[in-house]
Ligand binder design. Structure first.
Ligand code: SAH
Length: 410
């Protein structure tokens, strides 16, 4: 292991090895390569487990190795699996291989004018609950599980080497802030190098943005829609654009840079809209930019009442279904947004509807969107349907969350 002088190393944490057997249903999922083992599917466990202990799953009948992962006492997803079918030593080399594999997948993106990307996407890169986003020379690691503390000393130097980042910021999920040991590390700890400014400037397909890596949502910005924002930029020349749930203006700024004549960013958060304003200033453009602070449903209705129309309307709401019992309400919200959005699109304009709820699958989301566009009295042509960009690979069903439909309305 290379010693990095400006790294805050985590104290040594003892790791136990647990032998686990599962109920047939759990075993079937593991055999399919699913990374989650729920607490109620464990039928045999040799000793008590602590956060990050190595959990090895054995076949109930033949006793052979099925998979191994890390034990999480704080989550109903009790074991997060990382290695399937063939036994392997989970050591620094193992992590280094996974990180290099992940980097290889992202490489084509770095040949574009982009220096911001998701280097590790949790389960989908075999590191469950571990997110690593790069913004220029700043790497933001966000942990969603306590299992990672014993392994940070191995993982971080490898991430730094691959990404060539000069600074690493650690972000902790709400669960980690409220429960369990975090070894003196806090949400926002600069764990390697120095952070000159909480706000980091980076590029996304030739467009400049800034993100507050200490206080911003998730790791500071939503990298996942990059390909859709680029597309909106390409569609925007000379157009009027409404960007609903704009956050820091991802779609708005690409539209302006792409030559939109006017853009409205609508969000409930004043703070997000202030960031959107700042982000427009980082780029040369001739278009007019306006903000509306409002609840989206009310704001859209008001624009309809004022008989406003736009050439392009983008609606990219937050996840409406964080829990299973929220799914039917989420579907109703998607329906309502499609109806409201369709009424604001001018003839031959484009309505772009996105969803980031993994519990509402793509097929259902598109069906709801299309039924409701028709209900609002418009006829549509599907221009495109998009899913994940290459830095958000999908390795298991729940990993697929992003979908986006482009509808030309008449
Ligand atoms: N489109 C953005 C990401 C959207 S994130 C991008 O490309 O980066 C979701 C945004 O929805 C957040 O900024 C949040 O403030 C906003 N939001 C949440 N509930 C809202 C509501 N009821 N009305 C309007 N905005 C809302």
């Amino acid at each position: 292991m290379v010693f990095l002088p400006s790294m805050k190393y985590v104290e040594d944490i003892d790791i136990k090895r647990l032998a686990i057997k599962l109920r047939p249903s759990g075993e079937r999922m593991v055999k399919k390569g699913h990374p989650w083992v729920f607490e109620d599917s464990i039928v045999k466990q040799n000793i008590d487990g602590g956060a990050g202990d190595l959990a090895i799953i054995y076949d109930t009948k033949k006793n052979g190795f099925l998979a191994c992962g890390l034990y999480d006492p704080y989550s109903p997803i009790r074991i997060k699996l990382m290695q399937f079918k063939k036994a392997a030593q989970i050591n620094e080399t193992w992590f280094s291989t996974k990180i290099n594999d992940a980097f290889q997948i992202r490489k084509p993106l770095l040949e574009t004018d982009t220096n911001s990307y998701r280097l590790l996407f949790g389960e989908n890169d075999n590191l469950p609950g571990f997110i690593a986003d790069v913004y220029d020379h700043v790497l933001v690691v966000k942990l969603y599980s306590h299992i990672w503390f014993p392994y940070l000393n191995w993982i971080l130097p490898n991430l730094i080497e691959v990404s060539q980042c000069k600074t690493v910021v650690l972000r902790l999920s709400r669960l980690l802030k409220s429960k369990g040991e975090t070894y003196g590390l806090q949400d926002g700890t600069v764990i390697y190098g120095e952070l000159e400014d909480d706000v980091v400037i980076f590029r996304e397909h030739g467009v400049s943005f800034s993100a507050n890596v200490i206080k911003g949502h998730k790791t500071g910005y939503f990298l996942d829609h990059r390909h859709n924002r680029k597309r909106v930029g390409e569609l925007s020349r000379g157009k009027s654009v409404l960007d609903v749930f704009s956050y820091a203006g991802g779609f708005s700024v690409h539209a302006l840079k792409g030559g939109a004549k006017e853009v409205i960013s609508l969000d409930i958060s004043k703070h997000a809209l202030a960031m959107a304003k700042e982000n427009t200033k980082l780029n040369n453009h001739d278009g007019k930019h306006q903000i509306i602070v409002a609840d989206a449903f009310e704001g859209l209705q008001k624009l309809i009442d004022e008989q406003k129309r736009f050439d392009i309307v983008v609606i990219d709401p937050p996840s409406f279904a964080k829990r299973e019992n929220e799914v039917s309400r989420a579907k109703k919200s998607y329906a309502k947004l499609a109806r409201l959005g369709a009424r604001l699109v001018s003839s031959n304009g484009v309505l772009i509807l996105a969803s980031c709820s993994s519990r509402v699958v793509a097929e259902d989301f598109f069906e709801i969107s299309e039924e409701n566009i028709l209900d609002s009295g418009s006829v549509f042509e599907v221009l495109e349907k998009t899913y994940h960009d290459i830095d958000h690979p999908v390795n298991f069903p729940e990993g697929a969350y992003l979908k986006c439909g482009y509808y030309k309305l008449s």
